[in-house]
Ligand binder design. Structure first.
Ligand SMILES: [Zn+2]
Length: 485
């Protein structure tokens, strides 16, 4: 009797450990394959780093990444969602689950900097640079998809893997307009990542946000001779800002409101007939952000009324906060631990030490992070919010989504800085990129081979939505910014 019990207890254990080991062996074979072909990915990321093109203008970068996938057996649908630099790449065995990866490739203005150089040294004075590492971001996502394709071929796995080439993340445009067009809804689960200073699953949300320009039109006149004939558009901007600043006291503390005057007139002795102010309006949740945004728009129209000027609104974009998914986060964590941190060496350490000399703040004692941060899953009422916003939010409200970060920058690098540009073109950034690609590939293989995982991710997604539905913050009638006259 005892023997029978023991067998009944031990046998399933043996089988399940063996089953697990088999699944992990599949991934290990893919990771070895990825190591053997990583130079191709590195060359792609380096090329995109060199192009350093701004959002909606990333023609070379977008094409370079699409070609990398095309040359490796993916088919590309270009120009999706009326965005010339957006595309969807697909490899499919015709049935099974659909897995997606998010790719980006836009750079930032004014950050041009030589690669792997620890002192300020622009390649082109005032030129663009990859100060957010999107050259690594896009390439690792594509490289991960190639890893999944390899696993599908080697193990006869039935599935579809897609990579979404998403332009203009820095202006939060690409994924919002793609989500509005329903581009992402074809996948069962979506994975993504962002280069950073450490290795972790990103289990934190981001702020919902709208970006809008207010244009005021008045009537010009001599500032001293006949100001009574004039109607100042600048007055409208100033009164609008006063109104918005008074509003701050009466909105939730976590709301964020910032503006710049992008046109305030040309000379003091000319009553400005045109003036423009650009606002970002943010709050942790879309349901909190949208009423505040409506209030700001009412303030603008009040300012126009007070100054007898005419108001035109120019909504650029509007994005959701990121919806977190627990089963995907756990799958990513497991793979992050299996892959391990980027293999930095003594040369990388030396570069890091020199670069850290340029930091304003006292550098961290660890400059290249080789720790894997523990995953702390918390319920929605305890979620943490990062200070920024990302258009990943709109993806995460359409399909179950999870993301990670890996160490691609020296710890303590200021965000969007020349120091980051230096790292994202160096072996530090490129090693972090290969690590991210392996983790994303491993998690992708787990998801497409374990139907239970996708089911759990979908159930969690429905529960977190809590009966709310996605309504894009940009109306259907509005074309993407680069498509407007
Ligand atoms: Zn970024």
């Amino acid at each position: 009797m005892k023997k029978v019990l023991l067998v009944a207890f031990v046998l399933p254990l043996i089988f399940s450990t063996d089953g697990l080991a088999r699944a992990d062996r599949k991934k290990e074979a893919v990771w070895r394959w990825m190591d053997s072909v990583k130079e191709n990915a590195v060359a792609t990321a380096r090329d995109i780093w060199e192009y350093a093109e701004l959002g909606e203008l990333e023609f070379h970068s977008s094409e370079r990444l699409a070609r990398y996938l095309e040359e490796n057996g993916f088919t590309i649908e270009r120009g999706v969602a009326d965005l010339p630099t957006a595309w969807v790449a697909t490899f499919s065995s015709g049935e099974g689950p659909v897995l997606g990866y998010l790719a980006e490739f836009d750079a930032l203005p004014g950050l041009s900097q030589a690669a792997a150089t620890p002192t300020r040294s622009p390649v082109e004075e005032g030129g663009n640079g990859h100060g957010c590492g999107h050259n690594l971001l896009g390439t690792a996502s594509a490289f991960a998809a190639l890893g999944v394709k390899q696993a599908m071929l080697e193990n006869n796995i039935k599935a579809t893997v897609k990579v979404f080439g998403c332009p203009a993340e820095e202006t939060l445009v690409g994924k919002v307009y793609m989500a509005r067009a329903g581009v992402f809804n074809v996948v069962d689960v979506m994975l993504g990542w962002h280069p950073g200073g450490g290795n972790a699953v990103t289990f934190r949300s981001s702020l919902a946000m709208s970006s809008i320009k207010f244009h005021f039109y008045g009537r010009t006149a001599h500032g001293a001779g006949d100001p009574h004939h004039g109607r100042s558009a600048l007055d409208a901007v100033e009164l609008m800002n006063v109104g918005a600043n008074y509003m701050r006291e009466h909105v939730i503390e976590k709301a964020r409101l910032h503006y710049v005057i992008t046109n305030g007139g040309g000379a003091p002795n000319v009553v400005p007939d045109v003036a423009e102010v650009w606002y970002f309006v943010r709050a942790p949740k879309t349901e909190q952000q949208r009423p505040i945004f409506e209030w700001v728009k009412e303030i603008a129209s009040g300012a126009a009324q007070m100054t007898k000027t005419r108001l035109e609104e120019e909504l650029l974009t509007s994005c959701y906060e990121v919806m977190l998914n627990e089963p995907i986060a756990e799958t990513l964590q497991k793979n992050l631990e299996q892959v391990g941190p980027p293999p930095f060496d003594e040369k990388d350490e030396e570069f890091a030490r020199k670069l850290a000399e340029s930091f304003e703040n006292e550098p961290d004692s660890i400059l290249l992070d080789t720790e894997i941060k523990e995953l702390e899953i918390v319920p929605p009422d305890k979620w943490k919010w990062g200070g920024g916003s990302t258009d990943d939010g709109d993806v995460s409200w359409n399909v179950p989504y999870g993301r990670i970060t890996t160490a691609c920058f020296v710890k303590g690098c200021p965000g969007h800085s020349w120091q980051v540009v230096s790292c994202t073109g160096s072996s530090v950034g490129l090693k972090g990129m290969v690590t991210a690609a392996k983790v994303l590939a491993g998690a992708g293989i787990d998801l497409i081979t374990k139907p239970k995982l996708i089911k759990a991710a979908k159930e969690d997604f429905v529960a977190k939505l809590d009966s709310k539905t996605y309504e894009c913050g940009v109306p259907d009638s509005l074309p993407p910014p680069s498509r407007r006259k």
